[in-house]
Design a protein around this ligand. Structure first.
Ligand code: RI2
Length: 325
């Protein structure tokens, strides 16, 4: 690093590493952690001029932005916090940035709670939901249904490669929900016992496509064939503004070691000197709107095709990234 590069605090670098390595994961949790890291940058900054302070915050945002490409909650969070950075002095910039980050985190929590109440209206007493991966927005709907006194049961897909369904199973059980854990390949068989497929989202595109953990689209196709409605729980922070102008959402490709361990790879290499086996590990896929029944947000529930109206209302025409230099 050269002397004239803005100083980024170790906390920002640590948060960026945690997000990249999925120690911190889940679109909403990533957004909150990123906002918190910008607040820490603002608190610890030793910048002596407003210009230097702004440059540091933009550099910190750029570092966080580079970690994972698919969940739009990350750039949306960074954009929101940087927009609140306001003032003529370092002190004013510092306090406005910290206040904006705290406001963001509070609103995020509130939005999830409200979304849960909206989503709970779709769940009837005695319903069985089938889940995929681990989504705090989706779990919020179950939690609110339980708070309404409804009995809910769950069929939880394990969700390879990282088996995040196990986190869902644990958290549902903590809520008192009876859970049946199944491997991904068993999902179609158990759809007959489910009243809803309930998943989260990492990004929602303007045409109503849902970008979520790999395997969601196959589950949705099977659910449509079985007549099981698909409900996507996604706070508005998951709406992807760039898709309003025709951009597609980048799908993150992750390390092959999540699929094949180093020892398994070594074993293959030992038996095959060319070791030509290719492993692909896309983290997400795209579920087209025709396979989704409703997108549940804190602003109400929408058929996927009409989500663009909410996006226009929330984003207007501005999708610039304020950390761009
Ligand atoms: P919440 C997760 O991605 C899953 O795909 C999940 O459905 C989505 O984020 C939303 O999670 P990853 O970070 O924001 O585990 O609802 O790759 O918690």
């Amino acid at each position: 690093m050269t002397d004239d590069q803005p100083a980024i605090t170790p906390d920002v670098r640590a948060t960026a590493t945690d997000i990249a390595e999925m120690e911190v994961r889940g679109a909403a949790t990533i957004a909150s952690a990123a906002a918190g890291a910008l607040a820490t940058q603002a608190t610890e900054s030793e910048a002596e001029t407003p210009a230097a302070f702004r440059a540091e915050l933009r550099a910190a945002a750029a570092e966080l932005y580079e970690t994972r490409p698919t969940a739009v909650s990350l750039p949306n969070a960074l954009r929101y916090v940087l927009r609140g950075m306001d003032g003529e002095t370092v002190a004013a910039l510092r306090s406005s940035t910290i206040a904006q980050a705290e406001r963001f985190q509070r609103d995020l929590e509130q939005a999830q709670e409200t979304l849960g109440e909206v989503g709970a209206n779709r769940l009837r007493d005695g319903d069985v939901v089938m889940t995929h991966c681990h989504s705090t927005d989706a779990l919020s709907c179950v939690e609110a249904a339980l708070a309404d006194g409804k009995h809910i049961e769950a069929i939880v897909k394990e969700t390879r490669p990282r088996k995040q369904g196990h986190i869902t199973a644990e958290q549902l059980r903590e809520m008192g929900v009876p859970v049946t854990l199944v491997v991904d390949n068993a999902a179609r068989r158990y759809l007959d016992e489910a009243n809803h497929v309930l998943v989260g989202a990492d990004s929602i595109a303007a045409d109503g496509s849902v970008i979520n953990k790999i395997g969601t689209s196959g589950l949705a196709v099977n659910a449509r064939e079985r007549g099981v409605p698909v409900m996507v729980a996604a706070q508005t922070i998951k709406l992807h503004p760039d898709t309003m102008t025709g951009h597609t959402v980048e799908i993150e490709m992750r390390d092959e070691r999540e699929v094949l361990s180093e020892s398994e790879r070594a074993e293959i290499a030992a038996g095959d000197p060319d070791d030509a086996l290719v492993v692909e590990n896309p983290a997400f896929d795209v579920t087209p709107p025709r396979h989704v029944d409703a997108i549940v947000t804190e602003r109400g529930q929408y058929p996927p095709e009409s989500i663009v109206m909410l996006m226009r209302e929330l984003f207007g025409e501005t999708t610039a990234e304020p950390w761009e230099r």
